[in-house]
Design a binder for this molecule. Sequence first.
Ligand code: SF4
Length: 362
Amino acid sequence: MDYLGFLNEIAKSRKVIGYFDTYFPEEFAYAMGLHPVRIMSDDEEPVRANEFLQGFCCPYAKNILEQALKKKLNFLSAAIFTRYCDSLRGVYEVWKSEKLSPVVEFIRYSQVVRETAKDYLSLEFKDVFNRVKKALGCDYDYDSLKYAISKVNKKRKALQRLYSMRKEGKLNISSEDFYKTVFSSTWKPIDEFLKSCEALFLRNNSVNVNFDDKKVVLSATELDNLNFFKLLDEIGFFIVSDDIASGTRYVKDFVSEEGDTLDDLIENIALRYIMKPPCSVKDPSDRRIDELIEEVKTSGAKGVIFFRTRFCDSEGIEYAFIKRRLETEKIPHLYIESDHRLSNYQQLRTRLEAFYEQIVGI
Ligand code: SF4
């Protein structure tokens, strides 16, 4: 069953809560018995969304609004946005005014990546989830939140193992299949996801492959279109690791399970989400760049492919700093720009093929 079919089915037995970036603290949703899902882009062309959003809004933001306006996301009981970028902020305003889901909320994150923001964010989480509790008739307490934290930590551990196996050449699956699995962790029930990981671990137990010449690291914000990964497979690249919001930036760092009170646990969640590997919308995002370089060095990648979603300002600005660091480190890279539909597919193919020849040297 496809992603939307699956979520429509789940919504028959559980309330589904949608989110749009990985700053959403999914632990609260699980603790309240809700099913959190990251809304992924599909191949819808924005038509109705253009009535509401400016031409320079990013195509991902327009696409998810289009899906909602076309009632494809009617299975959602709630949609929760966070303070991420201006495009998503615009989508939130339209979502709220058009009442595109019964509950619409916005978590106002502090823009800075600093431990001192923890107290503020804890209060903000309490405020937002108190309103969600009231509106959806659900609740969370110390035990349910502690259990949810440990479940999400298990999911992140399984994902970390998948990434390690990939780096060690012990996971012989295509990039398309690898990212299909990784992205499914943001919409499948956790137990089901863990089962599919176990099956992969067992199947690849004794695998040992060497893709040394073809290894690259992919850097992007969101990149849901699996056809892009298929294209990279066809050209011959092996995506050994990444710097993607719903990839390694989602996987790294756990929420501490220590603490005797509900407030302790909420503070632990706040701390993890403030200090997690930052996206380009946060300040400072040095950790992201340091870790990208680290991924290249530890994986033995030959280069970096930087995919910028068209009109994404923060990625455009951050690219200047990433480029400088990659050049200083003498790491070859390719900058490409496209949208969720890969509308410039043939141009992308040509540029990627040229980069492949440059780094693999065939
Ligand atoms: S791609 Fe950039 S502009 Fe678009 S939603 Fe993500 S951060 Fe915002």
